[in-house]
Every structure is written in structure tokens, then in C-alpha cells.
Ligand binder design. Structure first.
Ligand code: PAF
Length: 285
């Protein structure tokens, strides 16, 4: 039976109880609107921990003034059912008043890693993410926390935060879950028009093209970026915001590729801003 918890105090007490019993807690932080990608993280958590806690909280601190905070899709009944179907024990669903009775005086700063890519496009976004993730870690006190590789920059920043603050939680990265046609699952896909939905899988195709160029030995980032960009332009009506190659997890832009990298893209359709990436691990240096 899955339980819905709405207060920090109750969540704290539950977590404390499991700690005392020596049981492990796996944690999947989300903003709701759950899809296969989230469910995959929950399943993995349920298989690796005694207890799985999922949080559903649309965190206002990580939305910019012109972003989709008010319109962000919310459906707690359906989310609860989905979490229940994959064996989640607790859904932590606090109100905004419960999480932020007032705007926090002290916020965590994501620093250097947030000055590029998504962080550059969305100033303050990652500060909001690390602030809420810190709070959630303190409330839930998990042994393991699950983050998707789709938000690769978020994953790198959260891993760095845990390291910098010596937090006692293991971050478990989860592969991107895709639709059958390759489109990365995202809560924002619902904003795509019918026509855009047919175009969107080409984003993944463009990343596969980039990957194949890399596999064929191309190490000049500009060349890979140019071909990837041209492919997206030819196959979609989206405005391209970013096609970039960065080292991973250090997030330093690469003009000549060496070592592990990620190829990251962000595009805007009429109502949906989509991101996708591939991480390429390399033994080269
Ligand atoms: O990835 C998300 O859904 C959010 O950024 C997170 C980690 C739940 C923090 O609000």
C-alpha cells in the first residue's frame, strides 16, 4: 500500500523510523506528471532499497519569470496511481506553503557548473534545483537517490553538490527512457502539436548522427555540431537553442574532443522546449 504524505514532520518521522530499523531508503525526486522515465527510476529504487519514497513537488525556485510554472502539468491522482503501480511506499506531496512558508533566506548556489548550457539559458534554475534537492535530502534522508541522465547537467551538478557537502547519499544515474520512435520521454512532450510530435524524434536521430561521426573518428566539435544542426533544421520546424559538446561531468566546452563528453541539445517548438543528449564515455585522454 502506498501512502500519501503531505507534511515534512510526518516524512521526517517515517524516515527516522526506517533508519532506526536499519532499513535503506531509495528516493526519486520529481515534479510529478510522471512518465515511463520516472517509473523506471522508481522500479530500480524498489529493487535496490527496502523502502522507496517519491516526492512530487513543482518547485517554484527553479522556474524563471517567463517559464511555465503556472501551466506545468499537475495531476496528483494519476501520479499517485502510477507510483503505486510500481511499488512505491511513500509519495511525499508537500504544498508550496509547507516547503517554503517564506522564501528561503539561505539558498544553495550551483556555481560554475550552472553557468553553461541550461544554466546559461535559465539563470537561477540550478540554484533552485540544488536548494530544493538539499531540503528534500534532509527531509527524506535517503541512502540512494535516482536522477535521470536526460537532465545530464542537473545530474552532474547534484553529484558535485553531494561531493562538496559530503552528503551521505549515493546518486544513481538512470538512462534516458525513449518512446518507440526515439523521442526522449518528458513531461513537456504533451505541449507538442501533432505535427511537431512527428518531427520531434529527429532530435534523437540528430544525436545518433553526431555519435556516428564521433565513432568514425571525427574529433572536431564544430564539424559535428554543424552536421547535427543541419540535420535538425532539415527535419524539424523547431528553433534551435543549443547544440553543444561539453566534457562530462566537468561541463567544459570542447573544441577538440577528448575524454568523456556529452552532446547536448535544446530546441523550442511552439509550446514545448525540449532537451536531449547523449553521453559518450571514452578511455581516450
Ligand atoms: O528533475 C526534476 O524533476 C527536478 O529538477 C527535481 C530534481 C525534482 C527538483 O525539483
Amino acid at each position: 500500500m502506498t501512502e500519501l504524505i503531505t507534511t515534512i514532520r510526518t516524512m521526517n518521522l517515517i524516515s527516522q523510523r526506517y533508519h532506526q530499523q536499519g532499513k535503506s531508503i531509495g528516493f526519486v525526486p520529481t515534479m510529478g506528471s510522471l512518465h515511463e522515465g520516472h517509473l523506471e527510476m522508481m522500479k530500480q529504487s524498489a529493487s535496490e532499497n527496502d523502502i522507496t519514497v517519491v516526492s512530487i513537488f513543482v518547485n517554484p525556485l527553479q522556474f524563471g519569470p517567463n517559464e511555465d510554472l503556472d501551466n506545468y502539468p499537475r495531476d496528483i491522482d494519476s501520479d499517485f496511481e502510477k507510483a503505486q503501480s510500481v511499488g512505491v511506499d511513500y509519495v511525499f506531496y508537500p504544498s508550496e506553503q509547507e516547503m517554503y512558508p517564506e522564501r528561503p533566506t539561505i539558498e544553495v548556489k550551483a556555481g560554475e557548473l550552472a553557468t553553461v548550457l541550461e544554466g546559461k539559458q535559465r539563470p537561477g534554475h540550478f540554484d533552485g534545483v540544488v536548494t530544493v534537492v538539499n531540503k528534500l535530502f534532509n527531509i527524506v534522508r535517503p541512502q540512494r537517490a535516482y536522477f535521470g541522465k536526460k537532465d545530464a547537467q542537473q545530474l552532474a551538478i547534484v553529484e558535485k553538490m553531494v561531493d562538496d557537502f559530503n552528503q551521505q547519499v549515493q546518486i544513481v544515474p538512470i538512462d534516458i527512457i525513449r518512446e518507440a520512435d526515439g523521442l526522449a520521454k518528458s513531461s513537456r512532450n504533451v505541449y507538442l502539436t501533432e505535427q511537431e510530435r512527428t518531427e520531434a524524434p529527429h532530435l534523437y536521430q540528430s544525436l545518433k548522427l553526431a555519435h556516428s561521426l564521433y565513432e568514425d573518428g571525427e574529433r572536431n566539435s564544430d564539424k559535428i555540431i554543424a552536421e547535427t544542426t543541419a540535420y535538425i533544421k532539415a527535419h524539424t520546424s523547431a528553433d534551435i537553442e543549443t547544440v553543444a559538446i561539453y566534457s562530462y561531468p566537468e561541463l567544459v566546452e570542447q573544441s577538440h574532443i577528448s575524454g568523456s563528453i556529452f552532446i547536448s541539445l535544446a530546441v523550442k517548438f511552439t509550446q514545448a522546449r525540449l532537451i536531449d543528449n547523449i553521453i559518450i564515455k571514452s578511455e581516450e585522454s
